[in-house]
Design a protein around this ligand. Sequence first.
Ligand SMILES: [Zn+2]
Ligand SMILES: [Zn+2]
Length: 275
Amino acid sequence: MTPTRRGARAALLSRHRKGTVVAPILRRSLDIEVCETDAFDTDLLGTFTGEIERVLSPRECAVRKATLACALTGLDFGLGSEGTFGAGPLGSIIAWNTELLAWHEPRTGITVIGSAAGPSAARRVAVTSTEAACDLVARFPAGQAAIVRTSRGIRKGLVGPGAVRAALEDWFGAHLHESVTVEYDLRAQHCPERRERIADAARDLVRRLQCICPRCTRPDFSPDHIEPGLPCRDCGAPTGRILRRTARCGGCGHKAPFAVEDTSADPFHCENCNP
Ligand SMILES: [Zn+2]
Ligand SMILES: [Zn+2]
């Protein structure tokens, strides 16, 4: 961490109170003060509920927000966060949430992206009665808001069965006479699971900002280049396990190997021994 970043102020563009998650982590680890700005409607870059289509990649979107945060506040350091839900390594049945937190420095052109990913409990369920909708929402994690979609419209940010019942009765009276869908409201302030993952992305960003190239002091000197081929413990054949991790500086191109913990792979991962 060069002295110019430690103790700096960084702007975070967010309309969904992500600052409450990110700021304590950057303050504690890097003494960086995060100033949240909502001077730009980030929903214009796309929404989870699909009213506005996302045209940028998640990475581009996070960097765009960080760049805008600098432009709107005049600060030298900007932060932008972007989350996605989709199919992941566990297939399309289990939703997979990826959170990116971009750090951008317009003066140096340096961009560093912290990330975190994991399975999500988010789901969308069709129900045909008010009771079923309320039962479903009662089983949501504490603090998780719901979105209800019906032929009459859509309501977001509904916390608890009472709020869902009130919305449905408002539209349909005592008896629901259509199938409606109930789903997680994925906006950060309504989704505790996302806030946890954004915090993980912030910790990854801190780690990356602290990994400094020994030659040119550029941050993000992280062992991101992975080579498989760790030899099998029994037969010595190369396996899909990681043989080597290498850090490569995005500025000066300096490379350095990082140690991997294992010197050989369990035969379980070997094509020869466990075909
Ligand atoms: Zn370097
Ligand atoms: Zn083997």
